[in-house]
Design a protein. Structure first.
Length: 84
């Protein structure tokens, strides 16, 4: 794997907010992926980490992605974003 291409966790969120974050990052040209906790998908719950979605970005884009989230603010995401 090339240097800086390893995926790192940018933040965690709920499903709906994670989709918005991913779209915002991709609008800025930042590749991203979502990693779901499987039981949350099956049961549709978000309790104590169950249903948590991790937003992943390549390590080389981490600081740029963090700045995009900082600019958008947690309130816009419903306050459900946990930056790492």
């Amino acid at each position: 794997m090339a240097e800086g291409s390893a995926l790192v966790v940018l933040c965690t969120s709920r499903h709906g907010a994670a989709q918005i974050i991913r779209a915002r990052l991709e609008d800025e040209g930042i590749p991203s992926a979502l990693s779901y906790e499987s039981a949350g998908i099956v049961y549709g719950l978000t309790v104590d980490g169950l249903g948590e979605v991790r937003i992943l970005v390549p390590e080389a884009f981490y600081e740029q992605a963090k700045a995009v989230l900082d600019d958008s603010g947690d309130a816009e995401m419903g306050g459900s974003v946990d930056l790492r």
